[in-house]
Design a protein around this ligand. Sequence first.
Ligand code: ADP
Ligand code: 5GP
Length: 208
Amino acid sequence: MNKGLLIVISGFSGAGKSVITKKLLREYEHYAYSVSATTRNPRAGEVDGKDYFFITKEEFERKIENGELLEHNNYVGNYYGTLKSYVEDKLAEGKDVILEIDVNGGRQVKASYPDTISIFVTAPNASEQSQRLRGRGTESEDVIRARLTKVIDEIPTALTYDYIVVNDDLEKTTERINRIIQDQHLRSCNQKAFLEEFEKDIKTILDK
Ligand code: ADP
Ligand code: 5GP
């Protein structure tokens, strides 16, 4: 069995990463979601262990010291990080593991795992971007402004991503992203285990 692929999905705050990721997980069986750890407070409806592991700053810093994180970052005042063991277990099971993380985390992951597929999501234009963030109604005005300001800082890194996908229509965007990921399975570098198995079976046939 070929190993699963590591996928980073980043994007401007409010671009739709979270709804796209949820849709991918609901509609296709081959994905696993990497549940991150964070020190931010849960939003209404968010579940500990499902959306994030909500932990204290002290617990987070202990995880950094113990080398338990594949990457981590401080985003607008809170820590966020990816749990290494969870991701490695899911890849070994053949799942394509989605990391919905910010551009700093994305950069760290790509440096450690160069085969990572990185996808950057944006709204179709700036006013829609701002409207989606406000429309979600989960952040204070100060946090919204901080997140919109961050868009400007994120643009240079967005340009280093493998793909930039404009999330106009949610249905179409989700399908497009699924297709991008599944096409990567056809690359020869991702077919090694398949061809090794093939070779073994041919030898068995020849030995009969
Ligand atoms: P992110 O995870 O990137 O911060 P969310 O997934 O929380 O963003 O989406 C932000 C808001 O935009 C949500 O209210 C979501 O329902 C809405 N949204 C996402 N994609 C679309 C789309 N294609 N068209 C209209 N609204 C969208
Ligand atoms: P939010 O507070 O909106 O859930 O997330 C804020 C930002 O942190 C988003 O850009 C999100 O993708 C990012 N994020 C979520 N989990 C992680 C993580 O594990 N690592 C990093 N580097 N960023 C993360």
